[in-house]
Design a protein around this ligand. Structure first.
Ligand code: BGP
Length: 458
């Protein structure tokens, strides 16, 4: 099974989950640093964001290891709180660090794909209302412009946000992320401000005009599957699809929030506050490419207690557990590789076949040290199987004409996960927390090397 020529093979990560040095080198606190300080019990084994995988010190070793496996691309993010600790001044230490890091990637033949925001809102901005406040939009656009100016000579492919809807859901509906507010109206307003922040960052990018530069966004997108074809289940599916997928994918690719979503919001008294000119800005600043993170499908059914106006999404649709599902028992997520084919066709048929790539796919497993083989490598055959299955369906989608240009695994080196700390590991390399973050390749890393060398697998 061969993949297209020049296919991007790589891995993804984020600044807050890998860099460490979270309170040093001029960085100011993000909501994660502050939340850990305020409520350490929420975090698995009190593992906070201070140290993570020490990429701040070890980036060169990681880049060399990436080159050994043959990666041709790597996505990480810039920490806003490191680059602009007070939102106004640029931190020279951060500029030096990121320039050296991105240069090292380039020197090793690895294209840096750089994301501006991966859940790590500055605390100073949270104190002013965070994404609920309209000023977050312009503050983000200012930061984006600084990043383009500082690193535009080293980075051509840019990303504005990673999974903005996860921020919305985790922070304003389900209590997983700070500020853990539960309020549907606020959630919609926050999502709208993130969409506009994205839009103004794209506008700034177009004005700066980095040679050969392209810009996109990374979304957690999977087709929504209905329990049955009964009208109530299909109606639930449509609501879930509009809120979870089309709310971002339509405006960023097609330049317009879908009318059906506007109607759904109006019926439920959820219409966000907007300013004149917003719609035109959204229409004029569509993206060049899309990154799609895929881990698990979304299955829904008709709500047991429907209500209008809905106070929570489960009054519009309810999650459904398919009895035949396979589960990654460590993370509790369904494994359904077939969805990647459906995603590929959705991009082909409903989004003008815009270039897109799988920007995250991976399997988090606990206690991996127990799988060490005689050679001392973690023998993570389950991860190899997981990637093979997903790549098989992705390949089928590409063969059907979908314009997919790459596949990035989450992640290269085991990293810190928001509330789960180092419980579930995703890396192609392990990290030894008791031994100065020592890295060691897993069997999946060696398999990935072969995959890249052959541009496919048998
Ligand atoms: C994605 C995020 C990543 C990463 C991954 C794995 O949604 O973009 O930051 O964390 O999920 O999830 P988790 O770490 O919660 O197991």
């Amino acid at each position: 099974m061969l993949f297209p020529k020049n296919f991007l093979w790589g891995a993804a990560a984020s600044a807050p989950q890998t860099e460490g040095h979270s309170s040093t080198n001029g960085k100011s606190p993000s909501i994660w640093d502050k939340w850990f300080e305020l409520a350490p019990d929420k975090f698995y084994q009190h593992q906070g964001p201070e140290n993570t995988s020490d990429v701040y010190d070890l980036y060169l070793e990681d880049v060399e290891n990436m080159a050994k496996l043959g990666l041709n691309s790597y996505r990480t993010s810039i920490a806003w709180t490191r680059l602009m600790p007070d939102g106004v001044h640029v931190n020279p230490e951060a500029v030096t660090f990121y320039r050296q890091y991105f240069q090292a990637l380039r020197d090793h033949g690895i294209e840096p794909i750089i994301n501006l925001f991966h859940f790590d809102l500055p605390w100073w901005l949270m104190a002013k209302g965070g994404w609920e406040s309209r000023q977050s939009v312009t503050k983000f656009a200012d930061y984006a412009q600084v990043a383009f100016e500082q690193f535009g000579d080293l980075v051509q492919r840019w990303v504005t946000f990673n999974e903005p809807l996860v921020q919305v859901k985790a922070g304003y509906l389900y209590g997983f992320h700070y500020p853990a507010v539960v309020n549907f109206r606020k959630a919609v307003q926050v999502g709208y401000h993130m969409l506009l922040a994205h839009t103004l960052a794209v506008q700034a990018f177009r004005e700066i005009a980095i040679p050969n530069g392209t810009i996109g966004i990374i979304l957690d997108v999977t087709p929504v599957y209905a329990k049955t074809t009964a009208p109530a289940d299909l109606q639930a599916q449509q609501a879930a699809d509009l809120l979870n997928i089309r709310s971002f994918l339509d405006p960023v690719v097609l330049g317009q929030v879908p009318d059906q979503l506007l109607e759904l919001l109006a019926t439920n008294e959820l219409t966000p506050t907007t300013l004149s000119g917003d719609g035109a800005a959204i229409a004029e600043n569509t993206v060049d490419f899309i990154g799609l993170n895929y881990y698990r499908p979304k299955r829904v059914q008709a709500p047991k207690k429907p209500a209008t106006p809905a106070q929570m999404p489960n009054e519009l649709y309810e999650d459904y557990e398919w009895p035949d599902r396979r589960i990654n028992q460590y993370r509790g997520w369904e494994i359904y590789p077939e969805a990647l084919y459906d995603v590929a066709l959705m991009m082909r048929d409903e989004y003008g076949n815009i270039p897109w790539f799988v920007s995250e796919n991976g399997m988090g497993v606990a206690d991996e040290a127990r799988f060490k083989d005689a050679s001392g490598h973690i023998n993570d055959q389950y991860r190899i199987d997981f990637m093979k299955e997903h790549l098989t369906y992705l390949h089928k989608g590409i063969a059907a004409g979908s314009n997919c240009f790459g596949y990035h695994v989450w992640t290269f080196v085991d990293c810190w996960s928001w509330l789960n700390g180092y419980h579930n590991r995703y890396g192609l390399y392990s990290v030894d927390l008791d031994n100065h973050y020592q890295r060691q390749v897993k069997q999946s890393g060696l398999w990935f090397k072969e995959l890249i060398a052959n541009n496919g697998f048998e």
